[in-house]
Ligand binder design. Sequence first.
Ligand SMILES: O=P(O)(O)OC[C@H]1O[C@H](OP(=O)(O)OP(=O)(O)O)[C@H](O)[C@@H]1O
Ligand code: HPA
Length: 179
Amino acid sequence: MKPTIQVHDKHFEVLIAQHILEERIADIAQNLNEDFAGKKPIFLAILNGSFMFAAQLMKSITLDCQITFLRVSSYQATESTGKVLQILGLNESLTGRDVIVVEDIIDTGLTMIEIKRQLLAQAPASLSIVTLFQKPEALKQPIDIQHVGFELENKFVLGYGLDYDELGRNLADLYVLCE
Ligand SMILES: O=P(O)(O)OC[C@H]1O[C@H](OP(=O)(O)OP(=O)(O)O)[C@H](O)[C@@H]1O
Ligand code: HPA
C-alpha cells in the first residue's frame, strides 16, 4: 500500500513526484525560450496556486522578461453563469505585449476563459497560456492552451501550490485524493 498523508479530513497519496514535475517544468521553459526568442514577454502568474510552478519555471527562463503576480477575485460561481471575476494587481498596459499566463491548474476552464477574455480586451501582441496541470474531462468549454505540463484524470489533487481548503500548498510532490 502507498503511504498516505492526511490534510483536514481527507487522505491523499503521491501522484507525481517533485523531480518529475521539475523535469517537465524545465522542458516547458525550454519551449518558451524558443517560442519567444528575441522578444520580451511579460509573465502573469495567477495567485495563489501558481506560486511554486512560476518560481520553478522562471529559474529556467533565459529570456529578457517581466513577471507579475495577479490575483483573481471570484464574485460568483454557478453552473449557469460561470465565474464573474476581476483581475487584481495588473498595474500596466498589456497593449502590444507578448503575454504569457501561468496557472497551476485548468480544471473546468471557467477561470481561464474569463482571464483570457479580460486580457484580450487589452489587445496584447500575443496571449499564451501555460498550465502545469489540466483535467481534460472536466473542461466545460474548449480552450486554447499552448503549454500543458501534465494531463490528469478528473480527481482532486493537492500540493505543489494547490490547496485543499487552504492547506497543502507547501507539499513538494503532487498528491491525489485516495479513493
Ligand atoms: O478551471 P477552474 O475550474 O476554473 O479551476 C482552476 C482555478 O482554480 C484554482 O484557483 P482557486 O480559485 O482555487 O484559487 P487559488 O489559486 O488561490 O487556490 C486554480 O489556481 C485556477 O485558478
Ligand atoms: O483538483 C484541484 N485541487 C486543488 N485546487 C483546484 N482548483 C481546481 N481544481 C483543483
